[in-house]
Design a protein around this ligand. Sequence first.
Ligand SMILES: Cc1cc2nc3c(=O)[nH]c(=O)nc-3n(C[C@H](O)[C@H](O)[C@H](O)COP(=O)(O)OP(=O)(O)OC[C@H]3O[C@@H](n4cnc5c(N)ncnc54)[C@H](O)[C@@H]3O)c2cc1C
Length: 396
Amino acid sequence: MRTRTQVGIVGGGPAGLLLSHLLALRGIDSVLIEVRSREYCEARQRAGVLEDGSVALLRDAGLADRLDRQGLIHGGIYLQFDGQRRHIDFRDLTGGRTVTVYAQTEVVKDLIARRLADGGALKFSVTDTSVADLDTDRPVLRYTDEAGTRHEVTCDAIAGCDGFHGVCRPSIPPGVLATWERDYPYAWLGILADVPPSTDELIYAHHQNGFALHSLRSPTVSRLYLQVRPDEDIAEWPDERIWAELAVRFGLPGWTLQTGAVTDKAVTPMRSFVSAPMRFGRLFLAGDAAHIVPPTGAKGLNLALADVAVLAPALDALLHGDQTPAADYSATCLQRVWRSTHFSWWMTTMLHRTPGADEMEMQLQLSQLRYVASSRAAATSLAENYTGLPVPRADG
Ligand SMILES: Cc1cc2nc3c(=O)[nH]c(=O)nc-3n(C[C@H](O)[C@H](O)[C@H](O)COP(=O)(O)OP(=O)(O)OC[C@H]3O[C@@H](n4cnc5c(N)ncnc54)[C@H](O)[C@@H]3O)c2cc1C
């Protein structure tokens, strides 16, 4: 079946879904295709920290009703090292900036509900996605829908929002993209647990046994992570072992880690990856399709949202004959991407124990942590990066 739309969007994660909504606000038609089912997308456990700019973007776009009611505003984080837990006060250090704890699952649910309520074309559970004719002004998106019907959609532009393992980036001819990549020699074992958080704000813990993070999802649900090997067999981590190791790494006299039923458990590899430019002809890459950061700095979701906040007005201009914002899209986004890539790498290497590293790594990390916890300048740098650069607004 042959059809036509203005923007074909590949991928129904945060980037693709928000882009389809931002385009609709501008009166631009799109068709979004997603390989997974709606239920899978809404349940996939990933990020949980929104920068101020991301919250403002979602609010401007009319997407923050539930976020404003249920999001937990955090004015800082705790850094734990060398037997002490020190608070980094974002509000004080940045003139009032905060972050909001609101799970990516909830962002995705809000976006899907709004697009469907607005009559948006979201196609879940598609197969055999491909993109073609990218260097013409009529690029083509092909897919097979859930019922087995093959579709060919002629577009004015295609947005590749299909994550790191998607088809869009590999569809760009060899030699066009430059890539930078770093795999880390550790991974995160993450759990979701039905237990009230044992902390009011996130705890980033440096420990001889490896890094641990106590994050939150709601007043009754906690998200916790342990540094493990990249090839860790999750079967070797029954719930009791996970809670015992978390208690060791977060251990402080007078503080108790509450435990509860584990409802989700997974090992996530850690990688830094940037490809540039984020455009080839009429194909524009956004979010994890173009760049990946390790989760330590809580940047992946925020970068995805920021990309499409730049892309929506650029596509609007392109469709109305103004090429300039589209020509600037990649360079504009990459400034934020590289800042976040550096910050995520810095947080990651400061807090994780490299397998086989000598005692000097430990001493250098502890020195850096002491400096961040005691120097206003160093703490301000962390706070500025964590709370994020300004994000273009929905009407920008
Ligand atoms: C396991 C995991 C844990 C994470 N934890 C954190 C965290 O704690 N903090 C943080 O900040 N970030 C975290 N991230 C990163 C963050 O979740 C991502 O940066 C964010 O999801 C990026 O959004 P996106 O829309 O660009 O990509 P994605 O969310 O990956 O969405 C891409 C979508 O494209 C779909 N797709 C793929 N191929 C095709 C195709 N051929 N056709 C159609 N659709 C396709 C996928 O199914 C997916 O729904 C985590 C990522 C992972 C993988």
